[in-house]
Design a protein around this ligand. Sequence first.
Ligand code: GLA
Length: 778
Amino acid sequence: MNQQDKNCLQIEKNIFLLNTENTSYMFRISEYGHLEHIHYGRKIDIKDCEAMALKRPIVYGDSLMYGNDDTYCLDVVPLEYSGTGRGDFRVSPIEIKCGNGSYTTDFRYKEYKIIDGDTRIKGLPNSYGANKTLEIILEDQEASLEISLYYAVYYDTDVITRRIELTNHDKRKAQIHKLMSLSLDIHEGDLKLMSFMGGWANEVKPQEDHLDVGEHVIATRVGFSSSRANPGFVLKKKTTLENYGEAWGFNLVYSGNHHSSISKDEHGNTRIMTGINPEDFCLELGRNESFATPEAIMTFSDKGLNGMSQHFHSFINEHIVRSAWKKKERPILINDWEAYMFDFNKTKLIALAKEAVSLGFELFVLDDGWFGKRNSDKAGLGDYSVNTKKLPGGIKALSEEIHKLGLKFGLWFEPEAINPDSDLYRAHPDWAMSESNREVIYGRNELLLDLTKKEVRDYIIDNVSRILDEGNVDYVKWDMNRQMAYKGGDYGHRYIVSLYEILDEIFTKRPHILFESCSSGGNRFDLGMLCYSPQIWSSDNTDAIERLRIQKSLSYLYPQSCMGAHVSAVPNAQTLRNVPLHTRFNVAAYGAFGYELDLTALSSLEKKEVKKQLAFYKQYRYLFQFGRFYRFDLDDENRESFEVCDEDKAIVSLYRKYCPAAPEADVLKAAGLAEGRYHIASRVYTLNIKQFGHLINFVTPIKVNADGLVVREAAKRLGMEVPSEEYEASANCLEQGIILNNTFLGTGYNPKIKLPCDYGSDMYIITKLSDPLMEEKQ
Ligand code: GLA
């Protein structure tokens, strides 16, 4: 047993202490057998239990006293998992109609087990590689129910996961209406809640709420984890900042309807719960049958929001993402969707691929439109016959040609949906999800397939597998573009379990395939999907300025290696905004990087620029995808800054949304670097001369028309190279912020002046200088 395994769990008398490298989680068995939560936060000693426990020398005046004991009322005991109907009037994590017909439950300690490593959940994906898992079994003899609380400890990444398994021992059926994966009572009343709400093309809008007495709910009911409310959320102290203070992060390894509740009581205690959405949920358990909830994950950091996010990032990279692509650099891709949509043929695709090769791309992805009668989004979903008018020779021939050019080959699928105008629908209308006697409701002209039917699962597995193997496919984009018109009971859950079964069957056998999931952009950005797909398409919104917010919000919960991020054409297809090429690159580079535009339509100047961007990205790819990620408190809506770093290098970008006249000096901050001195140089890029309009006449020998043919033609080939700024500073100084050269003020120009523009940005490469003293010693 290694030292981490030894340290991660300590049990003395009635006290359980779970330790990760920087955090402690403690609870004990109370005098009545309930699990009493003591602490989740900074490291403590097991001897601190009594000091940290909530004191209860006497109950409040209106309390219901448990066991007629005036020191014990379930309403105020911080619990690891409560029941119902025994004096705890806070929101309950469980609602169950027991075999005996009652809704009352009261779970008390029976025994514990220690499991080396992790546990698997039947039918659901979960994290792997835990040091140890503690199982605590609680029972309610009157209700003939037993629950196992599982705590998996991930020492190295400061994460503890929790989940529940409930077993009915009554010979009569029990009905589960609500069973949360995690319930946690912390004695912290003055907290802020950060949640990530949104919608299509407008994912993960960060929202901050101060917790007053009452309940906050983050939930979805569209059948999927949904862009309306990401399942991940954060609690922080009022004073917590990006690099300072305490924060707790939570998430759920599940892709269906979820529900998190954060409620504060009048005594300053906060109850946190997360799990499957109980709304309209009902699942029956026969005698000795069990139900296992999805896994919830939690982390704590006293190093600010960045500290908390970095725990999540390393946990996801180490213990969620599987396949050969775990911590492996992702290829730079070109996707044809925003370039051609449905309007392509083999000649166009090969021309695009050839251009891609010459610029340095590594993966070619053919998106929607290659099968059935799919020339618009009105037909074809469900069919797998290749459209040989567009692609003579089929996928196999196209893939061979792409491979011969030296690129990997990727393909789009939307296997969970069906168009009524498809051969599949004509043959099996009953495979589509619908409610008899009611008119069907369409979303993007499609219906969902009923994945709970075995024949449907087999059809998808057989067809997708066949295409992948015949076409020698290296990358899959698995899309899903509609909401589930709600079906109650346990249907929604069974759909998700069926989806996981399909994904398991297809991808576990093909670990070499790089799998990117997608759902109208980021409509299923969750840890359940990340157990199968190492990356997820973050949003259908590819506007770089919007992406700053989307990628920043995602970074609170997910690492940059998971976020599909592409450079697209301007004006942007979603916002009509014209963001310069260098900023589009500077934003997409902090993700699983690619381009989604017609490379053949770029000017020769733009092609040169893209080629340089790709070469630069390859040089620092590991840092961009897997380096430690930092955000900064800039207190300025108009600016943003991202950093990725390891011990001795960093890449920091500064973004300006609009460019004011006579701006104040820009400050560059970099965190997380080892002590020492650093060289700082900005990445050289070329600005399009058209951007300067009539001002070009200040530097040209003859007067030219800014909109004329000469300038238009010159702009295709000539640009203005923005020279590198260079500085030197210590790590300490960089952490406080160094002051950069002046930006253009309209009073003249020299090469030291930074050239601003609306939606401008600069990327700085920070590398450690060798220490002359150390060198002398060697
Ligand atoms: C969805 C995806 C897009 C694209 C289209 C194709 O909207 O999010 O990226 O694949 O489908 O129809």
